[in-house]
Design a protein around this ligand. Structure first.
Ligand code: NAD
Length: 292
């Protein structure tokens, strides 16, 4: 049985830890902030309860999964004896590099060190540690328990052993893996954020309402979700950070986040997670804002 630590218990970390526990692995969920850790554990509990209510899961299953999952407020405890660490802290290169240095100090030497970054260079994160060959990108999608894709990102020094093990790990988690080179934005984020940013530009220019822009892509191009609602679901702060990173990495200002996106993030309107973003969000779903 694998022992896995997930570092960062936000939107992604909690979903990743949930799937690891459901896979039957001993899973430790760590966060630097006790409130965030509690929130992450609660969101997993809610998801599981919802599964029982919808008749998708049984009490026995939930008890079994819960027994695999531990919340850790101490990083050393979280990392002791692990085979795999998946980092899911905010998309800031300096933060990720410093966390990887701590992880390297505390995790066993043979553990795989994976990052769930949406668009930072894996090589830049890997260069913070002494054995970069065990560092790899494991890019999951939101919500992790539902989304089938796992984008595996290999940098020039990732060993074949690391790549092959992570493909196997993805398979065990029930994901379909694709393997991508370490280029900014990989295969998914680059296309996804550009579409979202352009949709925000169109909204700001008054091309159409948010709902109509989303409907255009859903019905015209068979996207399961519109680019604006998806941006709200992912988190506008996350999207802004990815766009800034792409603009920096490619040295191309056309990737810069649209001023409307920047304004929303600066006013704390981050999308679904704060109840307000491009749309207003409530327990009944989303509604158009009149003030954008
Ligand atoms: P989030 O803000 O929801 O969660 C980040 C968590 O990290 C928070 O709980 C925070 O308390 C914690 N944290 C902050 N500093 C920490 C530290 N020093 N040590 C431990 N924990 C710390 O963010 P998220 O949306 O879960 O994104 C996490 C990563 O996943 C980012 O790199 C993001 O780009 C990537 N990602 C996000 C999505 C998405 O849809 N949200 C999808 C794929 C990848």
């Amino acid at each position: 049985m694998r022992i896995v630590a997930v570092v960062g218990s936000g939107t992604m970390g909690s979903g990743i830890a949930q799937v690891c526990a459901q896979t039957g692995w001993k899973t430790r969920l760590y966060d630097a902030f006790p409130d965030s850790l509690e929130k992450g554990m609660n969101s997993i509990g809610e998801f599981w309860k919802g599964g029982i209510a919808r008749g998708k899961n049984t009490e026995e299953q939930i008890n079994e999964w819960s027994s695999k999952l531990i919340a850790c407020e101490n990083l050393e405890e979280a990392l002791s004896g692990v085979d795999l660490v998946i980092e899911a802290v905010p998309e800031k290169i300096d933060l990720k590099r410093s966390i990887f240095q701590k992880i390297e100090e505390l995790a066993p030497e043979n553990a795989i060190l994976a990052t769930n970054t949406s668009g930072l260079r894996i090589s830049e994160i890997a260069s913070a540690v002494k054995n970069p060959e065990r560092v790899i990108g494991m890019h999951f999608f939101n919500p992790v328990p539902v989304m089938k894709l796992l984008e595996v990102i290999k940098h020039d020094l990732s060993s074949d052993g690391t790549i092959n093990q992570v493909i196997q790990i993805g398979r065990e988690m029930g994901k379909t893996t694709i393997v991508v080179r370490d280029v900014p934005g990989f295969a998914t984020s680059r296309l996804g954020v550009v579409l979202g940013n352009e949709a925000i530009r169109m909204l700001a220019e008054g091309v159409a309402s948010a709902n109509d822009i989303d409907t255009a892509m859903k019905l015209g191009y068979r996207h399961p979700m519109g680019p604006l609602e998806l941006s709200d679901l992912v988190g506008l702060d996350v999207r802004r950070d990815i766009l800034n990173n792409l603009a920096d990495s490619f040295d191309d200002p056309s990737y810069l986040p649209h001023p409307l996106l920047v304004r929303l993030v600066e006013s704390g309107e981050l999308g679904k997670k704060t109840g307000r973003g491009i749309y207003n969000w409530s327990k009944d779903g989303k509604s158009e804002r009149e003030d954008l």
